[in-house]
Design a protein around this ligand. Structure first.
Ligand code: DSN
Length: 443
């Protein structure tokens, strides 16, 4: 690795790596469930001068001058988000999903309070994890964390067992102050209505972390958390919602004031104003195209689940159609490659990008996140590029050639690059003058 004593060569090297990345993306099949590719319009919004400005606070209550256009864009972003999520309140300022979650923890809890959420092996996110695991909830906010009971066959929260657990905890004087729904492996709508009812009876708050499923929720193709009992919804703006990297919160109006304070001044000084512009753009795109886009994401995930099963993969939850979202969970411990990491590495060499994932039972088999028993796939990005059900059959075949037939990765990589040639544009957008992965030189 070059040392930076020659700044000009390091500078040139940076740009050459950036261009290489773009070229490579044109040839790959990206199945990372938490990623997506945004439109040229979102990219244009991200490179404006807003990125050089400060606008601390709320539009109309700023502590900086020079924000008149920034204010208008941010207000528009909030209004579009409210319409998209059928919400009374929206805040597009959080700069990431984790900070959106921490803003909610700040708004709704005090250090020492107790939260219930999913554990990491059952799909929970690190922002919910315990102190010992350096989770945001445990380590940063100082919350005690209890886990939902989980049904490993259904890949979902076990409602009856969870309600019994809440009762048992209550009898021991352990009140749950906040219920955090949502997951990083989120194939099925969660039973928030029944548990929220118990939460309300006990005076607890309910947040739904829609990071992965925000696009599906926005277009009403998954579940409707604000109508099913959630007080607020946090999400990242770059997964099934194909916007810039960032976070967002929507909620019922009664919680607006405390959430605004949780975002600023509690956790953000300046928010990222160019990302606010890009968030406004993606909300408009989703209002226009989100329904059709989300439906195709889900159809593709189900078709990919079926095609992979036919190729010999053990895709979980076959008994209920594999998924109702963008995500699939696949057990690979019995394949010739034996663990998720080996599968991840081989597929990457063949231009197929996926990520390894813990399965709910992995710990019992002595497996960990380095070499887990599973992989996670998502169909958001390939759908954005215009792929439909027939392409899912082709992708499953590429994966079988690597994982079961152990063909040379460079041979499959060439076939993948060839297959990708037809899919270079972003769909479900107003303007697509540029290809999805065009490298735009401004120097
Ligand atoms: N770690 C991300 C994911 O892949 O789900 C979420 O932050």
């Amino acid at each position: 690795m070059m040392t930076p004593d020659d700044p000009r060569s390091a500078y040139d090297k940076i740009f050459s790596l950036l261009e290489k990345h773009h070229s490579w993306m044109r040839e790959t099949i990206n199945l990372i469930a938490s990623e997506n590719v945004h439109s040229p319009a979102v990219r244009e919004a991200m490179q404006v001068d807003f990125s050089d400005r400060y606008a601390e606070g709320w539009p109309g209550e700023r502590v900086y001058a020079g924000t008149k256009y920034i204010d208008e864009v941010e207000i528009l972003g909030n209004e579009l988000t409210k319409e998209l999520f059928r919400a009374e309140f929206a805040d597009v300022r959080p700069i990431s999903g984790v900070l959106a979650n921490l803003s909610i923890l700040t708004a709704f809890t005090e250090p020492g309070d107790r939260m219930m959420c999913l554990s990491i092996p059952t799909g929970g996110h690190i922002s919910s994890a315990r102190h010992r695991l350096w989770g945001t909830a445990g380590r940063v906010r100082g919350l005690k964390v209890q886990y939902f009971k989980y049904d490993e066959y259904e890949l979902n929260i076990d409602v009856d067992a969870t309600i019994r657990k809440i009762e048992r905890l209550k009898q021991k004087g352990k009140h749950i102050d906040l219920f955090m729904f949502g997951a990083s492996v989120f194939p099925f709508p969660q039973p928030i209505d029944e548990i929220s009812q118990v939460a309300k009876e006990n005076g607890s708050y309910v947040n739904y972390d829609a990071a992965h499923v925000a696009g599906l929720v926005a277009s009403d193709n998954f579940q409707d958390p604000l109508r099913e009992g959630a007080d607020s919804l946090t999400f990242s703006t770059h997964k099934t919602l194909p916007g810039p990297q960032g976070g967002c919160i929507v909620a019922h109006e009664q919680f607006a004031d405390r959430i605004k304070r949780g975002v600023f001044p509690a956790l953000h000084s300046n928010h990222h104003l160019h990302h606010v512009a890009a968030k406004a753009v993606v909300m408009a795109e989703m209002l226009a195209f989100g329904k059709e886009y989300s439906q195709q994401i889900i159809k593709n995930a189900q078709a990919l689940g079926q095609a992979l099963t036919e190729e010999g993969f053990k895709v979980l939850a076959e008994h209920k159609g594999f998924t109702k979202s963008h995500v699939l969970l696949i057990e690979v411990a019995d394949t010739p490659l034996r663990n998720g990491r080996a599968v991840e590495e081989k597929l990457e060499d063949a231009n197929i990008i996926i990520n390894r994932n813990l399965l709910p039972w992995d710990k019992r088999f002595g497996r960990d996140y380095i070499r887990p028993g599973g992989i996670r796939l998502g169909t958001s990005e390939i759908t954005r590029l215009g792929m439909k059900e027939p392409e899912m059959t082709q992708i499953a075949e590429f994966m079988r050639r690597i994982v079961f037939n152990q063909e040379a990765t460079n041979k499959v990589a060439k076939d993948v690059a060839q297959f990708r040639k037809e899919f270079q544009k972003v769909f479900y957008a107003f303007d697509t003058a540029r290809d999805a992965y065009d490298y735009i030189k401004m120097r």
